[in-house]
Design a protein around this ligand. Structure first.
Ligand code: TRP
Length: 376
């Protein structure tokens, strides 16, 4: 009989999983991230990134600035990227997936538009990679219900479900951090780009890797403990000053036309102070325009504020509109080119990515079953 180790013998880890992140550990995570960036710049080959999103709608400016641009940068640096279109995660919090294939198509086009190169980056979906999903079974045995209950997202969802009264949280939502661990570990990714606020999420994946290794492969760690690559992600606001989101209808999609782009900026909320300054806390709407404009103009929000200064919000909007229209134009063109090639083109990209992911997941699951003594 295999000696079963109690999960509760990892006090330090449990604290991290609780999301009890001290300022010191956040600082340490940033330092680690900076060191990783240096290593990537020197030699990207030891790194494999896993990242992605739920296909719930076409992607917008918030996605582009906060995550897509960073992926394209890593891709250009030569880091291998696995990009998951997390279709099983769509049904964590809704009953029907809706027009999933239509949404997946739009997301794929957005990836291509933003500059993701399907030759270099593996794009795949959960549902096409059975072995990835099967990893969830042994992984579920490596975490406790109490740990899952303490996950910040699961906690927020529980609170939400309680507020709504009738409808509880689904079992898939409750266990989604474990599913994400399978997303990351099936391809033995060692880097996951996250915002600082998502650091606790990765802890479950790290704990699963660590616990699997110590239980089943103590002499030779099988899974790498994935590191967070922290990206400073400004929250991009919609033109009403609230967080940009599809449901709020306040955003600008990557696929937007030029007219829609111009209108988005024109309608953006500003404030009554004439002189333009970058003060995200006190003047969030102005700061948002500066962030968007600076991103596309290749400068910093501070420098852009300096440049516009006394010329006021009218001038700021003019500058932002120009930068945004110019920045989105090549993306719109790439999108149109890809769309013009017909549905087979996108299907082929996904088929290739899915096949690659399946090959890797099959090998990993074989290894895992071997290590667990389940090869008969
Ligand atoms: N939860 C992420 C989102 O909604 C998508 C995702 C699924 C993911 N699996 C992942 C992100 C693994 C990072 C790592 O955007």
């Amino acid at each position: 009989m295999r000696k079963v180790r109690a999960l509760s013998t990892e006090p330090a880890t449990s604290a991290a999983i609780d999301g009890v992140y001290s300022t010191e550990s956040v600082r340490a995570a940033w330092r680690r991230s900076a060191a990783l960036e240096q290593q990537i710049a020197a030699d990207p080959t030891p790194f494999r990134v896993l990242t992605g999103e739920r296909p719930t709608g076409a992607l917008h400016l918030g996605h582009l600035i906060a995550t897509l641009a960073n992926r394209v940068r890593l891709q250009a640096q030569g880091v291998e990227i696995f990009l998951i279109v997390a279709d099983y995660q769509v049904i964590t919090d809704r009953d029907v997936a809706g027009d999933l294939s239509g949404v997946v198509r739009e997301v794929l086009l957005d990836y291509l538009a933003a500059g993701i190169d399907p030759e270099a980056t593996t794009i795949f979906t959960h549902s096409a990679v059975p072995a990835l999903n099967q990893l969830m079974l042994p992984f579920l045995s490596l975490v406790t219900v109490a740990e899952l209950e303490r996950n910040p997202t699961v906690k927020a969802e529980t609170a939400d479900a309680e507020r709504r009264g009738r409808r509880g949280m689904s079992g898939l939502m409750f266990t989604y951090p474990v599913h994400q661990a399978a997303d990351i570990l099936f391809c033995r990714a060692n880097l996951v780009p996250v915002g600082q606020d998502q650091l606790p999420h990765l802890e479950i994946s790290r704990a699963i890797a660590r616990r699997f290794n110590s239980r089943y492969s103590p002499d030779r760690p099988y899974f790498p403990e994935p590191d967070a690559l922290i990206v400073s992600t400004p929250t991009i606001l919609g033109n009403d000053g609230a967080k940009m989101s599809k449901s709020a209808g306040n955003g600008l999609e990557i696929r937007a036309t030029e007219e829609e782009t111009v209108r988005f900026v024109k309608r953006a909320k500003t404030d009554s102070e004439r002189h333009i300054t970058y003060e995200p806390d006190r003047r969030p709407e102005i700061a948002n325009l500066l962030t968007i404009g600076a991103h596309f103009a290749g400068t910093t929000p501070e420098a852009l504020a300096e440049e516009v200064g006394a010329a006021g919000a009218g001038r700021l909007k003019q500058v932002v509109t120009e930068a945004l229209v110019e920045g989105l134009r090549p993306m719109r063109e790439r999108r149109a080119e890809a769309a013009a090639q017909g549905p087979e083109y996108l299907q082929a990209i996904l088929a290739r990515g899915n096949q690659r992911a399946r090959d890797i997941a099959d090998r990993t699951l074989d290894d895992v079953r071997d290590l667990m003594g389940m090869t008969y």
